[in-house]
Design a protein around this ligand. Structure first.
Ligand code: XMP
Ligand code: MG
Length: 186
């Protein structure tokens, strides 16, 4: 099962077993907090593309009924640096009014994306609005945004794998890793 580590990878920051254990813990906590919810009332909203693997693993471990929806946003345009402006690529489908919405994000960096989502979804009058993010880079924050469920704090380096990418590459690596500087410099 174990694939060779690509030459572009500098260091594995979170290995597969570590991620799996934490996702299980998050799912247990979320299942407890949302217990008793009717299927119609609990919606997980994955932020594409980065959250697709995290959301798939998390959702399959939940013991409470839920729906899955997605929103696609973009702010990085193939670079490892934020542009500060968030662009809506594809909106959600489910009606959020009166329902419990949990945003599922891959990583919290400047906070612009989550701030955008809180304003966008908040205006749709959900019964509750919370966030679960796998990773956070606390040193990078430009806007303070609340997070209800958090996987790991990581240092301020660009990371790939487990859904995260650099220019759409490396998303399906099973671990989270940093890249060798020469990969950016190309
Ligand atoms: P902000 O700055 O809005 O960023 O909080 C959130 C979004 O930026 C992307 N992001 C990353 N993607 N490796 C990635 O693959 C990273 O290290 C990284 N840092 C930020 C990500 O899409 C996230 O949703
Ligand atoms: Mg993202």
């Amino acid at each position: 099962m174990s694939n060779p580590i690509p030459d572009s990878i500098e260091r594995v920051i979170l290995d597969e077993a570590t991620i799996e254990k934490r996702v299980e813990e998050l799912a247990t906590q979320i299942s407890k907090d949302y217990a008793g919810m009717h299927n119609e009332d609990f919606i997980l909203v994955g932020v594409l593309k980065g959250s697709f693997i995290f959301l798939a693993d998390l959702a399959r471990r939940l013991t409470v009924p839920h729906r899955v929806d997605f929103i696609a946003l973009s702010s990085y345009a193939d670079k490892a640096e934020t542009t500060g402006s968030v662009r809506l690529i594809m909106d959600t489908r489910a009606d959020m009014a009166g329902r419990h919405v949990l945003i599922v994000e891959d990583i919290l960096d400047t906070g612009y994306t989550l701030d955008y989502l809180y304003r966008l979804f908040g205006a749709r009058k959900p019964a509750s609005l919370r966030t679960c993010t796998l990773l956070t880079k606390p040193d990078m924050r430009k806007i303070e945004v609340p997070v209800d469920y958090l996987g790991f704090e990581i240092p301020n380096v660009w990371v790939v794998g487990y859904g995260l990418d650099f220019a759409d590459r490396f998303r399906t690596l099973p671990y989270i890793a940093s890249l060798k500087p020469r990969v950016y410099e190309k």
